[in-house]
Design a protein around this ligand. Structure first.
Ligand code: C2E
Ligand code: CA
Ligand code: CA
Length: 385
């Protein structure tokens, strides 16, 4: 099916007036096959019927009997693969967490509509919507074997790209973040989400980090020779911080390249909970004492937490892009960005916002007093030259 206007669309709402209103708005938006249900049970019957199964459901959250949240769980149990729009009179935070819940169930959420629903609000959400083909499969993971990744590291197939970190007050480039890519002979450029986790899980992260560090130092000295003095950030996995010789190895490479340690920033992300913090603490302390920059990456997510900030000697705080993007118009994210900036400021740390995607993001962060920005609005990651 190509024309979205031919798709089956369902309105689920217990209030008769609201049901009629939404059906009318959908008709005005050009949808020709709109049905309405007043409770979850009859909606599920329709989902189970192949001839009437909807490709898009507008679901009210507050309903007597089966409420919207329970209905969504049942939708998953009934194998629903279509899209969803949440409708509610609740405030933005309730709608946001409901959206997150739906996404966690791997249902495509187009967004949420706050009651009273306007024609424009609905049109904006459905403007680019296309029905999901029923055969769509999730992308394959585990595409690469450990052995193949090891070979890639040994054969120099990993390359480094760089994304600028820019000072918001002046627009000057402060430094570059190194982001690894795999130049796969058959598949082209492969992104790190396809192989970092595997490298961590199978003891390859040490070799990977060393390859990245050596390349970054070499590129850095090339830039230096052309008169460009830039700090360089390297991503370090928490697993690196269990090797007690890590500070000496890094220091050795940096000295050999003639680069001062304060020009290197190590960005640390912890994706899983570390049980024994003694080794990471010792390693970070020693790196700090040697004047390396230490950045707490993805701050506010996973294990990048207040406790880490308290216990580890970081001097840079990178606010996770999930909070930054669109923060100016998102109440909760804006509050989180403000609080993170204040925290960084009071602890004397450099603040960095990542995921700055447009002028509005940039203006907001500049006004909020954030130090550095990074994101597609400034530049995408690029090869060294
Ligand atoms: P990260 O350290 O948080 O890096 C930022 C990621 O966000 C990069 O993805 C970057 O390309 C992307 N990004 C930057 N600006 C924007 C923006 O404005 N919008 C959006 N949507 N995305 C933006 P990338 O290169 O795919 O890297 C993903 C993650 O892989 C990195 O997240 C980092 O955790 C990890 N990684 C990358 N290189 C290395 C490495 O050499 N070693 C280790 N251990 N991890 C690495
Ligand atoms: Ca990073
Ligand atoms: Ca990040």
């Amino acid at each position: 099916m190509t024309d979205p206007h031919e798709a089956h669309v369902m309105v689920l709402d217990d209030e008769p007036f609201m049901r009629q209103w939404l059906v009318r708005l959908l008709a005005q938006a050009g949808f020709k096959n709109v049905t309405a249900c007043e409770d979850g049970a009859s909606a599920l019957q329709q989902v189970d019927d192949p001839s009437r199964r909807p490709a898009l459901i507008l679901c009210d959250l507050n309903m007597p009997g089966m409420d919207g949240v329970e209905f969504i769980r049942k939708l998953v149990e009934h194998g629903y693969t279509g899209s969803l729009i949440l409708v509610s009179g609740e405030d933005e935070r309730v709608l946001q967490s409901a959206s997150k819940l739906v996404q966690a169930h791997h249902i495509d959420v187009l967004g949420s509509l706050h009651k009273p629903v306007s024609q424009q609000g609905l049109s904006t959400l459905v403007a680019h919507w296309r029905p999901t083909p029923p055969t769509a499969k999730p992308p394959p993971n585990n595409r690469y074997t450990v052995r193949r990744l090891r070979q890639a590291i040994e054969h120099g197939e990993l390359i480094t790209h760089y994304q600028p970190k820019v000072r918001l007050a002046t627009g000057e480039i402060e430094g570059m973040e190194t982001l690894v890519r795999w130049r796969h002979p058959q598949d082209g450029l492969v992104w790190p989400d396809q192989f970092i986790g595997m490298a961590e899980a199978h003891g390859l992260i040490r070799a990977l980090t060393h390859t990245v560090l050596v390349q970054a130092l070499s590129d850095m000295t090339q830039w230096q020779q052309r008169g460009l003095t830039l700090k360089v950030a390297i991503n370090v996995s928490m697993d690196n911080l269990h090797e007690l010789d890590f500070p000496d190895i890094v220091t050795g490479h940096v000295q050999a390249a003639g680069v001062p340690p304060h020009a290197i920033v190590l960005e640390v992300t912890e994706s899983r909970l570390a049980h024994d913090l003694r080794a990471p603490l010792e390693i970070l302390m020693r790196l700090r004492l040697r004047r390396f920059g230490l950045s707490i990456d993805d701050f506010g997510t996973g294990h990048s937490s207040l406790a880490q900030l308290r216990d580890m000697p970081f001097d840079e705080l990178k606010i996770d892009q999930g909070f930054v993007r669109g923060a100016h118009s998102h109440e909760t994210n804006r509050a989180i960005v403000f609080a993170s900036l204040r925290l960084a400021h009071e602890l004397g740390m450099t603040s960095v916002a990542e995921g700055v995607e447009d002028q509005a993001d940039w203006d907001f962060l500049k006004e909020s007093g954030c130090d550095l920005a990074q994101g597609y609005f400034i530049a995408k990651p690029m090869p060294a030259d």
